[in-house]
Structure formats: structure tokens, C-alpha cells
Unconditional design. Structure first.
Length: 369
């Protein structure tokens, strides 16, 4: 009777008030404990069960967790249920309670991670408990690496796991992600995971990612999603790897400067050139300029000339970082930022070389989670 009463607005308020009364609490607990999953998913019942969780002692909370466990996937993937499980997590203190919750989540981790509501449960678990309770999540990521990384919600969980660490316990996760690098860089969501590792992972892991991509940088530079990763590699590399990547791009300069996405990679490559590479870049690119439309060719020429001037400046920086200041906004190229600007606009001082060459002013679209 009580659990049915708690599913109405007035009944839920009544139950919440009476839960604080020692005379009524035992009766309410006995009536509600076997219906915890149903109440968590009810529009009004979840308020009552969350109030019940807050006033229970540790033994009573353990009973509620045990009763929730068989249906935890269903509840976690429900909008109201997700909030209720997160509220329950904030009250769990004993290893027995947390261990039981771990076992329940572990048995259903894949559908929970890939759920709009469910992945918030996993994110909250990572923030609330940490290692070693999160070991089962690490194992799940290793088993479902590509599946999770290629999904909007799975990507968020994977990035959260990497940020939560500890780094020494992430070796297996890093190894699995590196193994699938060439698949993930071409994924609409997976490329963001690789970019994240290039920002936060140990240098040894970053080098392994680049070795997986080595020899394929030109191919990746011409694709919508992987071109972002190529640019990230250029910006986050030391001199040796940067020279190696730029050399591969210069070998295909003719096709890249007129490619829809490759031209952005070439602009980033030029911005990352040291003084010696600027000369070689100019020599390799110049023979391909006549194939471009007049206005685009002039702008590429100005871009290269500006880089050469900076290279020869006695007090100039060793790396070209921004040439837009040298020209009016409508005469400069974008050298920094994402490989694909937002739909319908380009950053001030930038152009899409390929689009302009084709007679279009619309830049490519970008998918961002």
C-alpha cells in the first residue's frame, strides 16, 4: 500500500514527512524495501525512495542495494532512476555496500555506459569512489574499447576513466587504445579519444600512437575526423616527430593544398616548421601553386613569404605561429584552431583553400560531442 501511495504527488510528500518520525519509519521501510527499483523510476516515487535512503542506517542501505541489484541496468538507464542511483551512491560508506554495487554494475556495464542516462551513473561512480573500486570499469573499457570510443556516451566515460587514473593502473587501457589507433582516428567520436591521449597520456603512449599512424599521415590528413588528429600530432610533438610528420605531408603537398581537409593540415604544418623546415616547405610547395585559383595562389604566396621573412628575422621566433596579423583579415589564412571550422563560418583571417578553389565559400562541417 505504501509503495503505491508514494507514487502520487501528495502521497510522496506524506511518506517523505513520515520517514523522519521514528514511530512510522520501521513500517515505511518494510513496505518500501522490496519496491526500491519501481519507486526509483517513478516521477514521484523516486523522491520518497531517495528520502528513505538518506535516513537508513548502513544495514538498511545494504538491503536496499541488494534489492536494487537485479534490476540496476533497467533503473540506471531510466531518467529518474539514474538520479536515484547517484543519490544512493552518495550515502554508501561500507566496503560491503560499495562492493555489492560494483558487482551489480559490472554485470551490466556495457548497456549502462552506452545509455544517455546510464553513463551518468558510471561517471558519478568514478568521481565518488575511485580506484580500486573502478577496476571493473577499466576491464570493461578493454573489452569494449572500439564500441565505447565510437559512441558519444562511451567516449565521455573513457575520457573520464583516463582523467581519473591512476596512471600506473591505466597501462592496459592505454595498450588497447593504441592497438586500435588507426580505427579510432577515423571515427567521428573515437578521434577525440586519441586527441585526448595526445594531450594527457605519458609521452611513451603518445609516441606509440604516432608510430601506429606513421606512414599514413597523408591519408589521415585528407579525412574529416582524422585530420584533427594529424594537427594535434603536429602541435604536441617534439622536433623529431614534427619533422617526420611534416616531411610526409610535404611529399604530397600537391594533393594536400587543394584538398578539402588536407589544406588545414598543411597550414598547421607550416605554422609548426622551424627555420630550416620553412625553406624546404617553400621549395616543395611553390611548384604546386599554379594549380590553384589566382586569389588562393596569391594568399599561399603571401603566407610562405611571411614565413620566410620571420625565418630570416634576427630576433624573430623560431616557429611561425600566426601570420594573420601581417595582412588584412580577408587576405590571411587560418594557421591555428581546428581542422574543420564551424558550419557556415570561418574564423577571422582564414580561408578554406579547397572550397575556394572549387568556387564555394562554405567550409566543411565538424561533428563535436
Amino acid at each position: 500500500v505504501v509503495h503505491q501511495l508514494a507514487k502520487s504527488q501528495s502521497g510522496s510528500r506524506f511518506v517523505q514527512e513520515k520517514l523522519n518520525d521514528p514511530e512510522y519509519f520501521p513500517v515505511l521501510f518494510e513496505e518500501m524495501k522490496d519496491h526500491v527499483a519501481d519507486l526509483m523510476m517513478d516521477s514521484f516515487g523516486h523522491y520518497a525512495v531517495e528520502a528513505l535512503i538518506r535516513v537508513c542506517n548502513d544495514e538498511q542501505r545494504l538491503v536496499l542495494v541488494m534489492n536494487l541489484a537485479p534490476r540496476i541496468a533497467e533503473v540506471a538507464c531510466h531518467k529518474q532512476g539514474s538520479f536515484s542511483i547517484q543519490a544512493m551512491m552518495d550515502t554508501l560508506r561500507s566496503q560491503t555496500q560499495i562492493g555489492l554495487l560494483c558487482d551489480a554494475l559490472n554485470a551490466n556495464i556495457a548497456p549502462i555506459v552506452l545509455s544517455c542516462s546510464g553513463h551518468y551513473v558510471v561517471l558519478r561512480f568514478l568521481a565518488r569512489f575511485g580506484w580500486p573500486y573502478t577496476r571493473f570499469i577499466h576491464r570493461a573499457l578493454c573489452s569494449h574499447c572500439v564500441e565505447f570510443a565510437s559512441d558519444h556516451y562511451g567516449l565521455r566515460v573513457m575520457k573520464a576513466v583516463i582523467d581519473a587514473g591512476p596512471e600506473e593502473e591505466l597501462k592496459e587501457v592505454f595498450s588497447i587504445v593504441v592497438r586500435h589507433t588507426n580505427t579510432l582516428v577515423e571515427s567521428p567520436f573515437g578521434n577525440y579519444l586519441i586527441q585526448h591521449l595526445l594531450d594527457v597520456a605519458p609521452s611513451s603512449v603518445q609516441d606509440k600512437i604516432k608510430r601506429q599512424m606513421d606512414g599514413k599521415f597523408v591519408r589521415f590528413a585528407k579525412q574529416k575526423f582524422s585530420s584533427n588528429v594529424v594537427e594535434k600530432c603536429l602541435r604536441n610533438s617534439g622536433r623529431e616527430w614534427r619533422r617526420r610528420i611534416i616531411t610526409q605531408l610535404m611529399d604530397s603537398a600537391g594533393e594536400l593544398i587543394s584538398d578539402r581537409f588536407g589544406n588545414y593540415a598543411m597550414q598547421t604544418a607550416l605554422s609548426c616548421c622551424d627555420r630550416q623546415l620553412v625553406i624546404e616547405f617553400n621549395q616543395r610547395l611553390t611548384p604546386h601553386l599554379p594549380q590553384l585559383r589566382d586569389n588562393v595562389r596569391v594568399k599561399w604566396r603571401k603566407l610562405l613569404d611571411s614565413a620566410l621573412i620571420r625565418k630570416n628575422a634576427p630576433h624573430g621566433p623560431p616557429v611561425v605561429t600566426d601570420v594573420s596579423a601581417a595582412y588584412a583579415p580577408d587576405q590571411a589564412f587560418q594557421l591555428q584552431g581546428h581542422a574543420q571550422p564551424p558550419v557556415g563560418s570561418l574564423p577571422t583571417g582564414s580561408i578554406d583553400v579547397a572550397a575556394t578553389a572549387a568556387g564555394s565559400t562554405q567550409p566543411p562541417a565538424t561533428i563535436v560531442p
